[in-house]
Design a protein around this ligand. Structure first.
Ligand SMILES: *Cc1c(COP(=O)(O)O)cnc(C)c1O
Length: 387
């Protein structure tokens, strides 16, 4: 923890450069002047490390880069304008026409669209695999496989992959392994320690944690980050603004505290509700009866605050009544903020002109926020009694 405290509070902050301000300034400038021809030559020779132009490297954004890279135990990081941009930039950086990707089944919805609707247009193919079956994963690799894409835990049913084994398989085939690590945040899981090459976050969730910024992060070695920087990052230009970066730095200050609180509250809430009659099935990675509990405990030093429930009911109206009673849980997409949320699948059903989605209407995903566990438990139990 001490190491993380140092990263969160000190690393990357050269306060003597800005009047010893405790909080770093927002350097709201698109470009930076050189003091001489020689100086500008130096800036051009290392655009990722100097301050030349804000699409490349802005001093406020750079503080965030250094902190998240250190938190993920990687050499460097790049900050993007969204988690989806981070995923797209990382994946695209490793493939060319004719290449192939092995990806775990049911990743984040826009990762699916990247593979199925976007990369397919450029001749990049993919195979989905069951992330719990290493033989199936190994068998899916082809001569042209360049990427193994992991997401562990998944953020709906919490499927987990054995990170060390998966990273080793990718290495065996000369492919780059990458993971969407949004659920755990760098506080509870560091995939680079298991040999995963690229660690990606939707920082919109826990890292920023205040539901006020959309941000994405890619952490990797100097070699990979330099490749992405000079390629996709500068070309596609999906950068974060300096003022948003300052908000994310502020969010990071409490990341370790928030994650500990969310871990503790989620376990307490889970234990209090898990046996309620209204629940047909509940999914939570730190449930001792979760099929992958052992590997979850081995790889993750704590849990995020998501759990998914399939309710025991045949009555849509009663379910909607129950949802109305859950007044401490905002009905919303996304997760990872200070406030508790729920995403009921039933919201995707019966939309005029839309096809019925593949999710059962009895499914609700909950995201635990920073409220006191007691009031959340009371609200959940009272609402469940409606069913
Ligand atoms: C939200 C999310 C993303 C996308 O992040 P944005 O910041 O919304 O673009 C990617 N992966 C997971 C697991 C997410 O929950």
């Amino acid at each position: 923890m001490e190491d993380k405290d140092h990263i969160i509070n000190r690393l990357g902050e050269d306060r003597h450069k800005y009047y010893n301000a405790v909080s770093p300034p927002i350097i709201q400038s698109s470009n930076f002047a050189a003091s001489s021809v020689e100086d500008m030559r130096k800036m051009f020779s290392d655009e990722a490390g100097s301050h030349l132009y804000t699409r490349g490297n802005n001093p406020t954004v750079e503080i965030l880069r250094k902190k998240v890279a250190a938190l993920e135990h990687t050499e460097d990081a790049l900050i993007f304008s969204s988690g989806s941009a981070a995923i797209a930039n990382a994946v695209i950086s490793q493939v060319s026409q004719g290449d192939h990707i092995v990806c775990v089944k049911n990743p984040y919805s826009w990762t699916i669209k990247l593979l199925e609707n976007f990369l397919s247009r450029f001749g990049v193919t993919h195979t989905y695999v069951d992330g719990t079956n290493l033989e199936e994963m190994r068998a899916a690799f082809q001569e042209n496989t360049k990427v193994l894409f992991l997401e562990s835990p998944n953020t709906f049913y919490f499927g987990i992959q054995d990170l060390s084994s998966c990273a080793a398989i990718a290495k065996e085939f000369g492919a780059v392994s990458m993971i969407d690590n949004s659920y755990c945040s760098p506080i509870f899981q560091n995939p680079a320690d298991h040999g995963v090459d690229i660690v990606i976050h939707s920082g919109t969730k826990y890292i920023n944690g205040h539901s006020d910024v959309v941000v994405g992060i890619v952490c990797a070695s100097n070699k990979i980050i330099s490749q992405i920087f000079h390629g996709e990052y500068m070309t596609l230009g999906a950068i974060i603004s300096p003022s948003d970066a300052a908000l994310v730095i502020r969010g990071l200050r409490t990341l370790a505290l928030r994650m500990q609180r969310i871990n503790d509250t989620s376990i307490e809430v889970f234990e209090a509700i898990k046996n309620h009659k209204a629940i047909r099935q509940i999914f939570f990675p730190f449930d001792p009866s979760f099929p992958q509990y052992e590997i979850a405990k081995k790889q993750m030093t704590g849990t995020g605050g998501l759990f998914t429930i399939i309710f025991e009911t045949e009555d849509k109206e009663a379910l909607e009544k129950m949802i109305q009673k859950l007044n401490l849980f905002l009905i919303a997409v996304s997760w990872g903020g200070h406030e508790s949320l729920m995403f009921p699948s039933i919201c995707l059903h019966d939309i005029p002109g839309k096809e019925t989605p593949p999710f059962d209407w009895r499914v609700i995903r909950f995201s635990i926020g920073l409220e006191s566990p007691k009031i959340l438990i009371n609200n959940l139990l009272a609402a469940f009694d409606v069913l």
